[in-house]
Design a binder for this molecule. Sequence first.
Ligand code: M6R
Length: 361
Amino acid sequence: DMGGHDTYMHKEMSEQAEAVDRVLRGRIDDRFSTVHLGGLNLDAREARGVRRIKILGCGTSYHAGMIGAGLIEELARIPADAEPASEFRYRNPVVDPDTLYIAVSQSGETYDVLAAVQELKRKGARVLGVVNVVGSAIAREADGGTYVHAGPEVCVVSTKCFTNTVVAFALLALHLGRIRDLSVADGKRIIEGLRKLPGQIEEILAMEPEIEKLAQEYAGAQSMMFIGRVRGYPVALEASLKLKEISYIHAEAYPASELKHGPLALIEPALPTVAIVPNDDLLEKNRAALEEIKARSGRILAVAHQHQEKADHTIVVPKNEDELDPILMGIPLQLFAYHTALAMGRDIDKPRNLAKSVTVE
Ligand code: M6R
């Protein structure tokens, strides 16, 4: 049942405020400025003993894991990174007893992720799951973890589950941070930011008519470049994946800082760039990248917290705490990919060559 929407993708994008509300519900502890995650199976002493965190997932879940790794490093100061589960399992990774492994999956059935979890467990590692589907294979194999509570996601392309997974990582990062060195004041600040998310998501969803118009302008492009820096880079990766999956426009994502090391050669009027430009300590750096693109007559669509002079168009999104901004900045680009694909007459819920979950090797 699409509940009055034309596609499942549209329905699921529009459910994001309630979905985020659901993942927050009952978990915030104002007294200690932290959050409780019931099924984690990691007590405070164990949490303090974690030396490193490795996050594994595929596709959109991998991108959510990249943002998650950033949140864990920022809030809990534990070295963390994400890797595609499919790469990890084929490179005979060094499995370290002081590393906490986290498997991320919407379906909980992705074979590459499941196989990585099983290999890790066989080697005695501790593995948590950040999973949407309750009781799925990965959720059952993991030693503990947290459900993402996005609700059922039918469309092949993941939207609301991406957003909720990143919020789940923010909760985990806050929880670990408050057990380690994150101050009460910072805990409060993040909690206030989390509480603002559903309302801000509604504001972004209400911008759909404006984003639809922009998408129609860019729908003719052969190829598009997506750039971001640090917190914005996984957002760029995910936005470029969404566009590829449903519009079949070729898209690349690069860290903005890497442009001058090669991809700048591609920039010309026919190759538009989508730039993630948050108002954080990297704003000036990001603006410099826009200038370099403009100097080569590249068209620019910015997703930012204020109008960007060098951009041809700016989608202005509401500001949250710096750490939580990536959660919001991806949403307008889901709508952008959607309306680009729609303008091109694509079958959005059934993109060619893709399946909802990849349960084979
Ligand atoms: O169910 P999972 O989260 O494990 O699926 C992982 C990927 O296959 C999935 O995210 C895929 O990239 C989607 N088509 C993204 O829209």
